[in-house]
Design a protein around this ligand. Structure first.
Ligand code: A3P
Length: 314
């Protein structure tokens, strides 16, 4: 474990069998006991599966395609519930006096609590870590879950870890940590099945990154129906265009420049030239993984899908 933590900027802990950034322990109870609202919308996912893409789609549909309003940063419009646990901004402030993090980073739960309903938010928590009221059905905010095939997810996560988590190990080591359930929010399959097994709940919608790539207008219509919003064909076309990879890559409200520039400025990154909106492809593993790595992922996938009614079809 010493070997493992030295490769990341922050340490990890196990919470309910899930690997989490160490600071999450400070937030866990507050989140569990938090009184949530029925009208809120949650975007839930394992990291790097298309969360930002889904956040932007959900926000725009929920806000009747307010493209002017969407110029505000996504982290303000659809804040990340547990972001404060991922990085210790307090430490950084001690050594960098001019460092003044925005409130949505410094106290993310407090920030979300201060917002008027209906609130939109993002979380990477597994179902069993969501507020009790959601788990027992007392409150039923709408939940949009997105997933992505694990090989591409792992490649994207490796780049993310270098860019934002100070990860300094090799890609091969990262694959091993991912498969062994030692990077944040793993085990991957526990995460996925915790929502897949609840996909029939009326307040849960389950999506795949591959589905957005194949038929974005179809997914937009599905999400609009789920959020009880009507969209004309013209609106669907406009939103499809707005959500293209090229447009999102150059859109500062969603491309995470705000955060990556900060990390670069304070030299907290292992990837000074890295970007958040990297390639947005399906099947990149075919060129980025060795045949051995692919086999390990495929065997692990087969094992975890045995007897299950789920597949990625890629
Ligand atoms: P890559 O690193 O493979 O490029 P998340 O938001 O969950 O962190 O996921 C980030 C991944 O989604 C990145 O994958 C990013 O490029 C991809 N992505 C974001 N917006 C996209 C879009 N409009 N089209 C395709 N991929 C997108």
């Amino acid at each position: 474990d010493k070997y493992f933590t030295c490769k990341f900027r922050f340490g990890h802990v196990k919470v309910k069998g899930v690997t989490m950034p160490k600071r999450f322990a400070e937030m866990e109870e507050d989140i569990t006991n938090w009184e949530v609202n029925d009208g809120d919308i949650w975007v839930c996912s394992f990291p790097k599966t298309g969360t930002t893409w889904t956040q932007e789609m959900v926000w725009l549909i929920a806000n009747d395609l307010d493209f002017a309003g969407a110029e505000e940063n996504i982290q303000i419009r659809v804040p990340f519930l547990e972001i404060s646990s991922i990085f210790d901004y307090r430490d950084l402030r001690k050594t960098n006096k001019d460092f003044n993090p925005p409130v949505f980073l410094d106290d993310s739960l407090g920030y979300i609590k201060s917002l008027p309903s209906p609130r939109l938010m993002k979380t990477h928590l597994l179902w069993k870590m969501l507020p009790k009221q959601i788990q027992d059905g007392t409150k039923q905010p709408k939940i949009v879950y997105i997933t992505r095939n694990p090989k591409d997810t792992c490649i994207s996560y490796y780049n993310h870890a270098r860019l934002l988590e100070g990860y300094s190990g090799s890609f091969d080591t990262f694959c091993r940590l991912f498969l062994a359930g030692k990077v944040s929010y793993t085990p991957f399959w526990d995460h996925l099945f915790s929502f897949w097994d609840r996909r029939h709940l009326p307040n849960v919608l389950f999506l795949k990154f591959e589905e957005l790539k194949a038929d974005l207008p179809g997914v937009i219509r599905k999400v609009a129906a789920f959020l009880e919003k009507d969209l004309s064909n013209e609106q669907v076309d406009k939103l499809t265009e707005h959500l293209s990879f090229e447009n999102m890559k150059r859109n500062p409200a969603v491309n995470y420049e705000l955060v990556t520039d900060l990390y670069k400025k304070f030299q907290l990154t292992q990837a000074p030239d890295g970007v958040f909106m990297r390639s947005g492809q399906i099947g990149e593993y075919k060129v980025k993984m060795t045949p051995e790595q692919i086999k390990e992922f495929d065997d692990w996938t087969e094992e975890n899908l045995r007897g299950r009614d789920f597949s990625f079809d890629i």
